[in-house]
Design a protein around this ligand. Structure first.
Ligand code: SF4
Ligand code: SF4
Ligand code: SF4
Length: 748
């Protein structure tokens, strides 16, 4: 990623923009943090936050006229936060924090002439930057009567900061001339000096500079104490720039009040009336008022996404991590995982007010990693092996309908539906043939796993095979049921007409097999249907026809959340994938119905009763919500058996695939062994290959106590280990492991 691109992405995410109060405050006080601490009764800390930004805080906090109130986002939800009153409470109740520590002295000196709020605040800010400062005035005067000792207290702090105050000074043009001679810069607080001294013309609006080099003048007539303080700060910034010889005007847009881009969603915020501030707050009142603060932030994408939440930050931070990762030869484990864990579901871009699509960032980063050869080999390997298997000789098939020599349609159930509900796919195909006639069949994968893993070349390869199969059938209209297949094929095959099975059924009416059981079900929209309103409407039309009364989860439709399978998250970080599925499961109390095979599997595996729409339209023998979720090996087996059965029963053909030697190995697993294989994504075929190798080579270890064997085999880049017993009826597998590390002198 180029740096310019990084900057564009960073700019898009507005999470770090200031809340409206801070942006509207001429001094940019962090009112949000202050309220947050005060709401937690951390009075001293809240005061410290205030005092960090405010010059003469003991004074200003008591007299600020709170222009921030007009900008407060709470305004239309009960009323703006009473920030001025809260600050007055803090000024009275908190222990004074340690006075600010100025920068080390820079050897330069500045004269401030005039001692109103503007001049005193300018002196405070200039002193903090390391200058020696002398204030010349009749007397310090902030224009308001303060409790005894308050102003003197702040003047004492200024004294410790290195500010000298010359009272009863003769404020004359000669004083100005003398100071311009002997100092590095002079600031005139125009409200604190006689008009006769203002002979230098209107100062520049941005810099407060005049036509005399080194002379800066505050503009007259300001009455708001906080704006006067901000004018003092502006003068201090100008004097610093002047003394450093840098640009006087560059990047000064954010001095003083400005418009912030921060977005905060308000539609779920209940109005709360302000706590009356007449007579000032006691602690309980101040705490209650501070608790009304909305703690404005965006985080819209993070709120809805388990993945974004998991990494504990937000996209502006993540994009920098993605960028930095590219500078490291193989990347860091953490950043590689961040890139590979996005579900590519598109929710973030849909909810983000600035269209920040984390999926685009992550997918592009994956593609670059593939191009540069830095993608960890294990990242998506299992899913890609599964895709290759679905496209291989044992599973892939393309045929016209039995007895037909042409196809008007071709049914494309997709590799996940055939893996998880081969019976449903078979019954759906029978129904389509019965009602539409010439419907061919293509069994294979749409290529989505290759695309999600960033392997465009592999995707194109798989697509070319799919296209060849489709063209071989005369390029008929494709009927697909899986939303990911529909989306992928529509993007990749613009010449093909892709229709959803759901729209076909809406037109044809429910199949004879449909279960009109009624009842209430929550509808889970798969993330691939996010942008397909027609698809979602077709599904609801069918559920309505089935008599189902539908419940919509909070995040659904355009704003639906991924089940944890999308983008191959479940391969990269199974725990996080399961957390996503659990979040989805817990979103509603009702049983779910969905129309993506993997949504159904992911959510059902959490224990939530979840059915696929096929379970209602083309039910099998069991109860629809109780269909088991097959393991990795069984899923493959299901595809193979479906192809075999269809070839035999519909086309009277043998499958034409001869069994490999390892498939003849007979084995069963203990419950623990089967669970270990499932968790470690070790297939029955992997174990069979180990057992065959051990049989042929005679190489295995024997456990002295249990008498069990331990054997290993490395068919390609992964070594598998199996702990087993030999029995009369085959092998009993107790455990299995795998690793990519190559052991010197180990098995070939
Ligand atoms: S009360 Fe005044 S100083 Fe405090 S945040 Fe509001 S404008 Fe800024
Ligand atoms: S998982 Fe979905 S919502 Fe979360 S970052 Fe990725 S695309 Fe966005
Ligand atoms: S939705 Fe997310 S990416 Fe968009 S601005 Fe908000 S925090 Fe940033």
């Amino acid at each position: 990623m180029e740096q310019a691109e990084l900057r564009q992405w960073e700019y898009k995410c507005i999470q770090e923009e200031s809340p409206r109060c801070t942006a509207a405050c001429p001094l940019h006080v962090d009112a949000r943090e202050c309220c947050s601490l005060l709401a937690a009764r951390r009075v001293d800390k809240a005061w410290a936050v205030l005092a960090k930004t405010m010059p003469l805080p003991g004074v200003l906090a008591r007299i600020c006229d709170a222009p921030c109130k007009a900008a407060c986002l709470r305004k239309d939800k009960g009323g703006s936060i009473e920030m001025g009153a809260l600050e007055r409470f803090l000024a009275d109740a908190a222990q004074s924090p340690k006075p600010p520590r100025p920068l080390p002295r820079n050897g330069k000196s500045v004269a401030v002439i005039g001692g109103t709020m503007t001049g005193l605040c300018a002196a405070w800010e200039i002193a903090r930057k390391g200058f020696a400062v002398t204030v010349y005035c009749t007397r310090p005067d902030v224009g308001v009567v303060l409790p005894d000792g308050v102003l003197d207290g702040e003047l004492a702090v200024m004294d410790r900061m290195g500010v000298t105050i010359e009272r009863d000074a003769a404020l004359t043009p000669e004083l100005v001339e003398a100071q311009l001679e002997g100092r590095d810069a002079v600031f005139i607080d125009s409200d604190g000096v006689p008009e006769t001294m203002l002979t230098f013309g209107e100062p520049d609006e941005i810099t407060l500079g005049t036509n005399r080099l080194g002379l800066f003048v505050g503009r007259t007539g300001e009455t708001s104490p906080v704006f006067m303080a901000a004018a003092g700060r502006r003068a201090a910034n100008s004097i610093l720039r002047f003394s450093q010889g840098v640009s006087m005007v560059k990047s000064r847009e954010l001095e003083g009040p400005y418009e912030t881009r921060l977005y905060t969603r308000l539609d779920k915020v209940d109005p709360v009336e302000p706590v009356p501030a007449d007579g000032g707050y006691d602690e309980a009142g101040a705490v209650r008022e501070a608790a009304r603060c909305l703690k404005c932030e965006c985080m819209e994408c993070v709120k809805g996404c388990v993945y974004l939440k998991h990494y504990k930050q937000y996209p502006k931070v993540y994009i920098r991590q993605v960028y930095n990762n590219e500078a490291i030869v193989r990347g860091t484990r953490q950043a590689n995982k961040l890139i590979n864990s996005c579900m590519l579901c598109g929710l973030c871009g849909t909810v983000c007010p600035e269209d920040f699509a984390m999926d685009d960032v992550c997918l592009e980063a994956r593609r670059r990693m593939i191009d540069k050869g830095t993608m960890p080999p294990s990242a998506h390997e299992f899913a890609l092996r599964d895709m290759a298997f679905a496209d291989g000789v044992k599973c892939a098939l393309a045929r016209h309908a039995p007895g037909a020599t042409e196809s008007e349609y071709v049914f494309f159930p997709g590799c996940q539906l055939t893996a998880t509900d081969p019976g449903g796919a078979e019954r759906a195909y029978a129904d389509l043939r019965a009602r539409l006639g010439k419907v061919g069949l293509i069994l294979r994968c749409c290529g989505a796993p290759a695309r999600w893993s960033g392997r465009e070349a592999l995707f194109e390869e798989s697509l070319a095979e799919l296209k060849a199969a489709w063209e071989g059938l005369g390029s008929p209209r494709i009927i697909a049921a899986c939303p990911s297949c529909i989306k992928t094929l529509r993007e990749a095959m613009p010449d093909a007409e892709i229709v959803s099975h759901w729209s076909i059924l809406n037109a044809l009416g429910l199949p004879e097999t449909a279960l009109r059981a009624g009842g209430t079900l929550a509808v889970n929209d798969p993330c691939a249907a996010r942008e397909d309103g027609a698809l979602r409407a077709d599904v609801r039309g069918l559920l309505d026809a089935l008599g189902v009364s539908m419940v919509e989860p909070e995040y659904n439709g355009e704003l639906t959340q991924c089940c944890g399978y999308g983008g191959l998250l479940n391969e990269v970080d199974p725990e996080l994938g399961q957390a996503a599925a659990r979040a989805r499961a817990e979103a509603v109390a009702e049983d779910y119905v969905t129309y993506c095979a993997m949504c159904r599997e992911m959510i059902a595996r959490t224990g939530k009763r979840t059915m696929h729409l096929y379970d209602l339209l083309y039910p099998g023998d069991g109860e629809p919500g109780a269909r088991p979720t097959p393991g990795h090996s069984e899923r493959r087996e299901n595809r193979v058996r479906l192809r075999e059965r269809l070839l035999r029963e519909l086309w009277s053909e043998a499958d034409g695939v001869s069994a490999e030697d390892f498939e003849k190995i007979r084995m069963t697993c203990t419950e623990a062994g089967a669970a270990a294989m499932e968790a470690r994504r070790i297939l029955t075929s992997d174990v069979q290959k180990v057992l065959l190798q051990a049989e042929r080579s005679g190489r295995h270890l024997v456990h002295g106590e249990t008498g069990r064997f331990l054997a290993s085999f490395r068919p390609a880049v992964v070594t598998y280990w199996v702990e087993y017993e030999s029995r009369d009826d085959g092998y009993l597998v107790h455990n299995a492991w795998c690793h990519r590390m190559k052991i010197k002198g180990g098995q070939p």
